[in-house]
Design a protein around this ligand. Structure first.
Ligand SMILES: C[S@@+](CC[C@H](N)C(=O)[O-])C[C@H]1O[C@@H](n2cnc3c(N)ncnc32)[C@H](O)[C@@H]1O
Length: 238
């Protein structure tokens, strides 16, 4: 997807991207590929692919969820900043928190945020299992997002403890989602969530299906969750 198609396709979805925001995406792209030579941030480096599979795909969350109505967003396992930083560029009012267990990615994100002149962004090097037990973060966020981090039952245990009651957990998933959805019903319910919607879509120029699951946080997460690092993955709630 070239830059003009990126801008035009978002406009068709009701999202206007200013010159200044276009410049931020350009800086994001160049910083990503420059740092990717020193550390493993992404396997996608072709400019048109980055605009489609990282920038446009991240922003596609806003086709199904109104970010204007919320203030705080926590992105679990954001890696090189996806999906939260493209969303932050489009919705600058958001207060974005990223937690990732890989410190070198946090170093990259701090540098990137400076380059992009982003305010109200905070990065933590931590495991989501520990972060979700920390009183300063537990059940504090209007929205918790994650893309390509873990299968749905595991992801629910990482994300729902951080979501405030009345808030929303947004899971951006790939082609295997339908299977994951079935085996995560119990986890979502135990952790205090309730399925609201699942949207399926394809990126322009792409065949494979993408899914966006929207889960409402209805009740407080029981104190036992999240369990210690690694346990959600080894022994998922099923
Ligand atoms: C495959 S990458 C996806 C990155 C990004 N969300 C994207 O869509 O491009 C998964 C990221 O999740 C992080 N991660 C995995 N398990 C985690 C955990 N338990 N707590 C925090 N971060 C985690 C990894 O360090 C990695 O950066």
């Amino acid at each position: 997807m070239d830059k003009q198609t990126f801008r035009q396709s978002l406009l068709e979805k009701g999202i206007e991207v200013s010159e200044q925001q276009m410049e931020q995406f350009s800086i994001y792209y160049h910083t990503l590929v420059e740092w990717n030579e020193k550390m493993n941030l992404t396997s996608i480096t072709d400019e048109e692919e980055v605009y489609l599979k990282h920038f446009y795909d991240s922003i596609s969350a806003a086709f199904y969820f109104d970010f204007q109505k919320v203030t705080t967003l926590c992105d679990v396992g954001a890696g090189a900043g996806f999906p939260s930083l493209p969303i932050k560029i489009i919705f600058p009012h958001l207060e974005v928190t990223i937690v990732d267990s890989l410190n070198k990615r946090i170093t990259f994100l701090e540098h990137l945020a400076n380059q992009l002149k982003l305010d109200k962004v905070t990065f933590y090097h931590d495991r989501a299992e520990i972060f979700g037990r920390n009183k300063q973060h537990r059940e504090q966020y209007d929205v918790v997002s994650a893309r390509a981090v873990a299968r749905m039952s595991v992801l629910s245990e990482l994300c729902l403890p951080l979501t405030k009651v009345g808030g929303t957990f947004l899971a951006m998933k790939g082609a295997k989602f339908k299977e994951e959805e079935r085996e995560s019903k119990k986890a979502v319910q135990i952790l205090g969530g309730e399925w609201k919607d699942v949207f399926s879509f394809q990126l322009p120029e792409e065949d494979s299906m993408r899914y966006m699951a929207i889960i409402d946080k209805m009740k407080s997460t029981p104190k036992a969750y999240p369990r210690k690092p690694g346990t959600p993955n080894k022994n998922p709630i099923v």
